[in-house]
Design a binder for this molecule. Structure first.
Ligand code: SF4
Ligand code: SF4
Length: 311
C-alpha cells in the first residue's frame, strides 16, 4: 500500500446531521478517540515510509479541540504536515474563527478544509463557514472549500454558492446520502455497475482510522483494526484480493460483490456507490463480515460507544 496520508476520524459526533453525510454523523453519535490512542496512532503513522500528512476529521473534530491541538503539535514535531476538515460551527464571527485557528497555526497547522454548501445549510452554517475561511486567510493558512450539491438537481445549484474558483460536485450516495438523496434519481440494473470509480482500492494512498481503531479503505469497508495489531503491520500485510468485499469490488465492482456474497436484493441502483453501500448494508448483521464492514453508525444503525471514549 503506497500510503501518503492518514486521516484520523476523531469522532462521529457533529453539530450538524447533513443529509449527504457519508458516515451518518450527528449530535447523538457517541464519543471520540482518547489522547493516548490518538498519540499512538500518529506515532505509528509517522513510522511508515511515504506517509507525509495526517488529517484530523470527523464528524466535527473541533468538538474535541484539545485533542486537535495536541495532535497538530505532535504531527509537526514528527516532521509531517497536518490538516483539519471542519464545518466551522465555532466561527460565529471572523475574530472568533481567528481565535480558534491562531493556536493551531502557531503549532504548525498546514492546511484547513472547510465544508460550505446548501446541504450543510444556507443560514448560520454558511455564514460560519465563510467566517472561518476569512479568518484562515487573515492568518495566512492554506484553506480550501469543500462543496457538494444534491445529485437530484439538474444542475449543481450550489455552484452559485461557492465563490469564484470554488466548485461543487454532486454528493456521492454513501452513508446517509444513500438513504436521503436517492429518491427521484434514475436507477439502473446492478449489472451496469462493474467497477469502483472513486477509490484506489488496490493501492490506496490514504486511509481513515476511526475512534474504534477501524481502518477504512472506503467509508465502512475495513482493512483491519489498529488497536488489535498496528498500522504499520496492517499496511505491510494489506491484501485486498483476499478481502471478501475489496476483492470482488476490484475484480468487477458492486455487481461482482453481490455475486460473491450471494446477495439477493432489489437490483436497481442510482450509482456504483449506492449499489456498493446497499449491498454492504445487507451484510452488516452477518457475524462473518464484522471484521470487514462497519461500524454500525456508518450504515445508520445503533452505535456502540468507542472503547476508551470521552462521553
Ligand atoms: S457532512 Fe460534515 S458537517 Fe455534515 S454531518 Fe457529516 S461530518 Fe458533520
Ligand atoms: S463503489 Fe464502493 S468502494 Fe467504490 S467509492 Fe463507491 S462506496 Fe466506495
Amino acid at each position: 500500500m503506497p500510503l501518503r496520508s492518514v486521516h484520523i476520524v476523531l469522532t462521529y459526533r457533529c453539530t450538524y446531521e447533513c443529509s449527504h453525510c457519508f458516515l451518518h454523523c450527528g449530535p447523538n453519535q457517541p464519543g471520540s478517540m482518547s489522547m493516548m490512542e490518538m498519540e499512538g496512532l500518529i506515532d505509528q503513522a509517522a513510522s511508515i515510509d511515504g506517509v507525509e500528512r495526517v488529517y484530523f476529521e470527523g464528524g466535527e473534530p473541533m468538538l474535541y479541540y484539545p485533542l486537535v491541538e495536541r495532535g497538530v503539535r505532535q504531527v509537526g514535531e514528527l516532521g509531517l504536515s497536518s490538516g483539519i476538515v471542519t464545518c466551522g460551527y465555532y466561527a460565529t464571527t471572523v475574530p472568533d474563527g481567528e481565535m480558534w485557528l491562531r493556536p493551531l497555526k502557531e503549532l504548525g497547522l498546514s492546511s484547513l478544509d472547510v465544508s460550505i454548501d446548501g446541504l450543510h445549510g444556507t443560514g448560520d452554517a454558511m455564514t460560519h463557514g465563510r467566517n472561518l475561511v476569512d479568518a484562515a486567510n487573515i492568518l495566512g493558512l492554506d484553506v480550501n472549500v469543500i462543496s457538494v450539491c444534491d445529485p437530484r438537481e439538474d444542475e449543481c445549484k450550489d455552484a452559485s454558492l461557492p465563490r469564484p474558483g470554488e466548485e461543487a460536485s454532486p454528493a456521492m450516495l454513501r452513508g446517509r446520502a444513500a438513504h436521503e438523496l436517492v429518491e427521484g434519481l434514475e436507477v439502473h440494473h446492478l449489472g451496469q455497475f462493474t467497477e469502483c470509480p472513486h477509490e484506489e482500492l488496490e493501492r490506496p494512498t490514504r486511509i481513515h482510522v476511526d475512534p474504534y481503531g477501524n481502518v477504512h479503505i472506503c467509508q465502512g469497508i475495513l482493512a483491519g483494526n489498529v488497536w488489535d495489531s498496528s498500522l504499520p503491520q496492517l499496511v505491510k500485510g494489506y491484501d485486498p484480493h483476499a478481502h471478501p468485499v475489496l476483492g470482488p469490488l476490484i475484480e468487477g465492482g458492486p455487481e461482482a460483490l453481490a455475486k460473491a456474497q450471494g446477495i439477493d436484493t432489489d437490483p436497481q441502483y442510482a450509482s456504483e456507490c449506492h449499489a456498493c453501500y446497499e449491498i454492504r448494508k445487507g451484510l452488516l448483521r452477518e457475524t462473518r463480515m464484522r471484521r470487514f464492514i462497519g461500524p454500525n453508525q456508518v450504515y445508520g444503525e445503533e452505535p456502540e460507544p468507542p472503547p476508551n471514549s470521552y462521553v
